[in-house]
Design a protein around this ligand. Structure first.
Ligand code: ADP
Length: 490
């Protein structure tokens, strides 16, 4: 159950809400309690003022030693409320008059029960009051204790202490009411909020659930299907769009793979068919001359070589696509490698009476995979010779420009039609399929330029068709020179 985001969200939401409500309730309780206490203190202070005014007036009307006591009794009767206790003490802390009937001896010992004035707590409050002019404090007793206020006053040149106690019972009752209200309001609020939170989470996550089930239905067979984007501007809309663009890329790559597979099997089918046909013919004839067998074997050998070549190219490309072709870089001179390749291709060129020229270049040290670069140069030379008619010319130049080496192979061949030039580096692409395959050297499968371009790019360089018209074509490879930071190959 906890695996569901909906449930987890609801639990988190409920937990946070409970915490907030409890903290709010505590703060409210504290503020309420504080303000009640403040009101009580103000009330006590005002009451003491009124009491002393009455006492003053009454003392003037009285005469004799008990004048203060008598005046106090009148003032108490006038100001006494149900929850208040009044008491006046002289300097020796003997009770002069009080609203409660407490014998003075009891007060001194402080051990007798019967009202707050006789409690230990009151004694302590009285002790503390002697040290300050006015004092507020808590006195234990009664149902919920008392708020005490003590202040000094003078009468007939003597100092007395007036103490007023106000019962905290009504305030306590109010606070209990507040607490009990919180006790049922908070759980109800939590239950309502968690139910609401659950439905809210369910509603917000519904598009995600819909998307996941829709995504679950998309497979190789219906890779063209896309998720519905309800609102392209919100987060879920962005998620759906990202997912759709991922599907776009996947489907393109899937299509490329399928095309590659189809083209590859198509290319392999021809040599395999020739091999089978030729061997069947050779085996079906009873008596064949040695010469005939030899001719058949030449064809078989030729086609199996072509097959090997295609399979090797395919293997190179698939490994390159997967990023698994390990480059083995080393230090050598590019000009020497080019000269070596030109030398190897010379026999081919001679056979077609093509003049193959490589203008001597200065030393071009390079850090690269020598065998891969050799393969690229031979591919380009092979093409230049293959697509140039007898008596033509192939010119190889190598120069250094800024931070790269520029290797050009120009021929005076048939050229490539302008509309097909952009597709020349595509896999299995051949300008004229019939022409290429009919080539006596076993015409390629249209993979040579793809591999050559990959080799240049794997060395952080590039391979371009820089010119091609009826006068011939020029392929140019740009390879980083060692001083440039991108020259180092991994
Ligand atoms: P292939 O093995 O068939 O030569 P490539 O990938 O090397 O395959 O070349 C792709 C196609 O580009 C060739 O079939 C050919 O039509 C064209 N092409 C390549 N190089 C040249 C060139 N120097 N002159 C004319 N056409 C060329």
């Amino acid at each position: 159950m906890l695996d569901s985001i909906r449930v987890r969200l609801t639990l988190w939401y409920t937990g946070v809400l409970t915490l907030v409500l409890v903290v709010l309730a505590l703060i409210t309780y504290f503020i309420f309690w504080q303000s009640t206490l403040q009101r009580t203190d103000v009330n006590l202070s005002e009451l003491s003022e009124a009491f002393l005014t009455t006492l003053d007036a009454e003392v003037k009307d009285q005469s004799g030693p008990d004048s203060l006591k008598l005046a106090g009794q009148v003032a108490i009767t006038e100001h006494r409320f149900r929850d208040h206790v009044f008491a006046i003490f002289d300097a020796a802390r003997n009770i002069v008059v009080s609203s409660q009937d407490v014998p003075p001896a009891t007060l001194v010992s402080g051990l007798s029960a019967g009202g707050p004035l006789s409690s230990h707590s009151f004694q302590r409050f009285l002790d503390a009051s002697s040290r300050s002019e006015r004092l507020f404090g808590k006195v234990k007793g009664g149902e919920d204790g008392y708020r005490g206020f003590a202040r000094h006053f003078s009468s007939s040149r003597k100092t007395y202490t007036l103490v007023i106690l106000q019962s905290l019972h009504p305030q306590q009752e109010m606070l209990e009411e507040v607490t009990s209200t919180f006790a049922w309001v908070i759980p109800i609020a939590i239950v309502l909020a968690s139910v609401g939170g659950y439905f809210l989470a369910r509603k917000s996550l519904a598009p995600v659930v819909a998307m996941s089930s829709q995504a679950g239905r998309i497979g190789a067979a219906n890779l063209h299907e896309r998720l519905a984007v309800q609102n392209g501007r919100d987060e879920l809309g962005h998620l759906a769009q990202s997912f759709n663009s991922l599907l776009d890329r996947l489907s393109q790559s899937f299509e490329r793979q399928q095309r590659f597979m189809a083209d590859a099997s198509h290319e392999l089918r021809t040599p395999v068919a020739i091999l089978r046909g030729e061997s069947e013919v050779a085996l079906s004839q009873q008596a064949r001359s040695l010469e005939e067998y030899r001719e058949s074997l030449v064809v078989l050998h030729h086609e199996s070589e072509r097959l090997t070549h295609i399979v090797e190219d395919l293997f190179t490309l698939t490994r390159a696509d997967a990023g698994q072709y390990p480059l083995q870089p080393g230090d050598f001179y590019l000009d020497e490698l080019v000269a070596e390749c030109v030398h190897s291709a010379r026999t081919l060129a001679l056979a077609k009476k093509i003049s193959l020229n490589f203008g001597e270049a200065s030393e071009f040290p390079i850090h690269a995979d020598e065998s891969l670069l050799r393969r690229m140069i031979l591919n380009l030379l092979d093409n230049a010779i293959k697509y140039t008619s007898e008596g033509g010319r192939v010119t190889v130049t190598c120069r250094s420009m800024a931070d790269e080496y520029v290797l050009s192979i120009a021929d005076t061949g048939v050229g490539i039609p302008a509309d097909l030039q952009p597709r020349i580096f595509e896999r299995f692409f051949r300008v004229d399929k019939a022409r290429s395959r009919a080539e006596s050297d076993g015409g390629g499968a249209g993979l040579g330029l793809s591999i050559s371009r990959w080799i240049a790019e794997a060395h952080h360089g590039r391979l371009e068709l820089t010119r091609s018209d009826s006068a011939g074509s020029t392929f140019t490879a740009y390879l980083p020179a060692p001083s440039s930071p991108s020259a180092s190959t991994s």
